[in-house]
Design a protein around this ligand. Structure first.
Ligand SMILES: NC(=O)c1ccc[n+]([C@@H]2O[C@H](COP(=O)([O-])OP(=O)(O)OC[C@H]3O[C@@H](n4cnc5c(N)ncnc54)[C@H](O)[C@@H]3O)[C@@H](O)[C@H]2O)c1
Length: 269
């Protein structure tokens, strides 16, 4: 049966791979991105992002079967000046947290009532940096200006910290929302996927030389295949939001080649 999906970040990497998997199965995809998309939109901009539901409704009324939020930006560039790093940290929180969760929350009413509806968002393996609970709390409280201000505070590698905290906040948001009447009660699954290193334009800075790949092998072990191709993540997003997923919701699923099993070992459930 042909289903209708919204995929953000559809122009590149994991979003593009997800789009082509869905289209290959005969489904309709409404792509959202900064460029080369059906809906061109800056998810960092709160005013622009709130127009998304109306713009989707203009193309797919009244129902959507799936929403997959992939759009995001990366965190680490040691060559940035302090000012650039602060600006980057603000943008990371705006896109990776607020852009992602407002996509899901804004389109949720269009999922209610569709056949086997599902939503999924790309989080990340949680980076080994200090947890910044005030920043996570500001995100979950929906206080965007405070969250952006906290993200830009003058600390070592704040862009990296902002990335990890935004991704952690996304996973917590999923956990809080999924069991509620609006989601589970309306039959809509809601899950997060946590990749380790994926060979996309965002991930390539870790993989583009043999020396960097060797560093990744030691620092971020992924024993199953060394690193992911975008389709490895896309196929999980497609399954989570497809008719095959009858009962999985509220989960953060690591698609990480075994990274979490190596790093956390028995220290899990
Ligand atoms: N590549 C990795 O190693 C890796 C690892 C863990 C998680 N992730 C996450 O996976 C997701 C996809 O990343 P990717 O590796 O495919 O990267 P990518 O750079 O190939 O693709 C990201 C897409 O998001 C779009 N985007 C960025 N900012 C946007 C904005 N403000 N508004 C609309 N669209 C915007 C970009 O234009 C791009 O097309 C991201 O959320 C990223 O944080 C990636």
């Amino acid at each position: 049966v042909r289903r209708i999906y919204v995929v953000t970040g559809s122009a590149s990497g994991i979003g593009a791979a997800t789009r082509s998997l869905l289209e290959g199965d005969g489904h309709v995809v409404i792509g959202v991105d900064l460029h080369d998309a059906d809906i061109v939109l800056d998810l960092a901009n709160p005013i622009a992002r709130r127009t998304l539901p109306d713009r989707v409704r203009g193309r797919a009324s009244p129902n959507l079967n799936g929403v997959i939020a992939c759009a995001g930006i990366g965190g680490v560039d040691p060559s940035r000046t302090a000012e650039e790093s602060a600006e980057r940290a603000r943008r990371i929180v705006a896109v990776n947290y607020f852009g992602a969760i407002e996509t899901l929350a804004g389109l949720r009413p269009m999922l209610a009532g569709a056949d086997t509806p599902g939503a999924a968002v790309v989080s990340s393996i949680v980076s080994p940096v200090a947890v910044d609970e005030p920043l996570i709390a500001a995100c979950l409280d929906g206080d965007e200006s405070h969250a952006l201000e906290l993200a830009s505070r003058d600390e070592y590698r704040r862009d990296k910290r902002a990335y990890a905290m935004a991704k952690r906040a996304v996973a917590r948001w999923v956990r809080r929302m999924a069991p509620l009447p609006d989601w589970a009660g309306a039959g809509i699954s809601l899950n997060a996927v946590g990749p380790a290193v994926v060979d996309t334009p965002m991930g390539s800075y870790l993989l583009d030389t043999a020396a960097k790949r060797a560093t990744v092998t030691v620092g971020r072990p992924m024993p199953l295949r060394g690193h992911a191709d975008p389709g490895h993540i896309g196929s999980l997003l497609v399954w989570l939001t497809g008719t095959g997923n009858g009962f999985v919701t509220g989960q953060m699923i690591f698609a990480d080649g075994g990274h979490d099993a190596v790093v956390r070992g028995d220290n899990t459930w």
